[in-house]
Design a protein around this ligand. Structure first.
Ligand SMILES: Cc1ncc(COP(=O)(O)O)c(C=O)c1O
Length: 461
């Protein structure tokens, strides 16, 4: 680390830069990792060391870390119109085209697409629209939002409140009032002794229904979920979970909000995660893969009923008093359109299914060999490996043994960027990986896992 820290950028960074999701004191001591350039699924640090980033950065660089076509699309748009907004009836041709594409792609026929600039803003927008929807239908008391334990929905105040992760709340006095949480559908950790999947789903649906009844159905506006939890540890719900949960939501007139910020645009082996898990949302939040993270742009796609509610406020003399300076930024929409063209040309869904299958097969081989791989799970190129102390009983390692972070450190030394979420190792590589990249991710992962096993064995003795 000291060789990397010795350059001027690192010193400046320590002195002036406050980092996201970073312990400030540890950062001041250890310093930054300076990433200088990218090529395909690979990144290179300031010392020239190469890594495969098997997390696509933050689940987002779906087309790798330097894409010439995206750069050219941005350059063309910058040369013509580097900024304009979408307030007060303004638009651009690309914004209109992207909105049409998103409505068609998501299957929200008759609906609309709204643009924002981050995933958190998209989720906050869905919450505000849910409030409007109920208010104009004469139910202004329906304002509470139900999220799930271990969810991640962003960092602004409501989005952070929606998270079901203590580290997003603790220092900030969150969650905000009116944000509730229900159980996470994690079959590996959540199923009780003797419970099968059907009984597990019934119990989760029953818990949700009891929560709605306890709070009062007239106070509950919406339920929000990632089709497959990302930051909470790659959690794939049982196939009947969303259909059953949505029966409960419909019974109490509670909207279903779909956070597709990680799972959208091919990541799970379908265009959207909702299709992988059988979810039928009223609104969808899109970001990350929308522009392959080459520009900060997000979107909310809404069903016609939500749009009709908005029109109703207009008829009552009101306005949609919402918007971000960079909503529908011309460069952002140009980059997103180009990203979607590339996804279509590469047949992203088929490619992700094939590469995801290959990577999962490698991981399943490791699970058979390794004494500490409890489960391999996920869909498409969104895979998790859960490490456990005892495979038979699923007993986890004690948190103070820092097993996940130790894997991350070893993998990093071996030129592999993964991401531990507790003791779940997350893999969400750029969707452009080919079979050789996948084999190399698996090779570096296996080497790192064997080193970790030796370290833990040595610890145990
Ligand atoms: C599922 C999910 N939703 C929302 C967000 C928030 O997106 P942003 O960081 O762009 O605000 C993230 C970020 O990782 C996410 O993983």
């Amino acid at each position: 680390m000291s060789q990397v820290i010795s350059n001027a950028a690192a010193r400046r960074d320590i002195e002036f830069h406050l980092h996201s999701q970073t312990n400030p004191l540890q950062f001041a001591e250890v310093g930054p990792i300076v990433i200088r350039r990218g090529h395909g699924a690979r990144i290179y640090d300031s010392g020239g060391k190469e890594y495969i980033d098997a997390m696509a950065g933050l689940w987002c660089a779906s087309l790798g870390f330097a894409n010439e076509r995206l750069a050219a699309a941005a350059a063309r748009q910058y040369a013509e119109l580097g900024f304009y907004h979408t307030f007060f009836h303004r638009t651009g041709e690309a914004a209109a085209e992207l909105a049409e594409k998103l409505v068609a792609f998501t299957g929200m026929t008759g609906g609309k697409a709204y643009f924002a600039t981050s995933g958190s803003e998209a989720n906050e927008t869905m919450v505000k629209l849910a409030w409007v929807y109920h208010a104009v239908r004469g139910k202004p008391g329906k304002r509470k939002i139900i999220a799930r334990d271990r969810a991640f929905h962003g960092s602004t105040i409501i989005a952070a409140s929606l998270c079901g992760l203590d580290f997003m709340h603790r220092e900030f006095g969150l969650p905000a009032p009116g944000i509730l949480h229900t159980l996470c559908p994690d079959p590996y950790r959540g199923m009780l002794e003797g419970e099968d999947e059907a009984a597990f789903v019934e119990r989760l649906a029953g818990e949700l229904e009891r929560l709605i009844l306890r709070e009062g159905p007239d106070s509950v506006a919406a339920f929000i979920a990632e089709p497959i939890n990302a930051g909470g540890g790659i959690i794939v719900p049982p196939a009947t979970y969303f259909p059953r949960v949505q029966q409960v939501l419909r019974k109490y007139d509670v909207l279903c909000l779909d956070d597709e910020i990680v799972t959208g645009f091919g990541r799970t082996g379908s265009w959207f995660g909702k299709d992988t898990v059988g979810m039928r949302p009223d609104m969808m939040a899109l970001a990350k893969g929308l522009s392959a993270a080459h520009f900060p742009i997000s979107a909310v796609v809404i069903a016609p009923a939500i749009y009709e509610a908005l029109c109703a406020i207009n008829k009552q003399g009101g306005n949609f008093g919402h918007g971000f300076t960079n909503s529908g930024h011309p460069v952002g929409v140009a980059v997103a359109l180009e990203a979607i063209r590339i996804y279509e040309e590469m047949d992203v869904v088929a490619h992700v299914r094939a590469m995801g299958h290959l990577l999962k097969t490698h991981f399943e081989g490791m699970a058979r060999r390794s004494p500490i791989v409890g489960e391999v799970r996920g869909a498409g190129l969104m895979l998790g490996i859960e490490l456990v102390e005892d495979k038979a009983t699923r007993r986890p390692f004690a948190p103070q043994r820092n097993v996940g972070p130790t894997f991350d450190r070893i993998a990093y030394e071996n030129g592999l960027v993964a991401r531990c979420m507790g003791d779940v190792l997350g893999f969400s590589p750029p969707l452009i990986v080919d079979a050789r990249d996948v084999d190399e991710i698996a090779r570096r992962c296996d080497t790192s896992l064997r080193q970790l096993e030796r370290t833990l064995g040595a610890d145990a003795n």
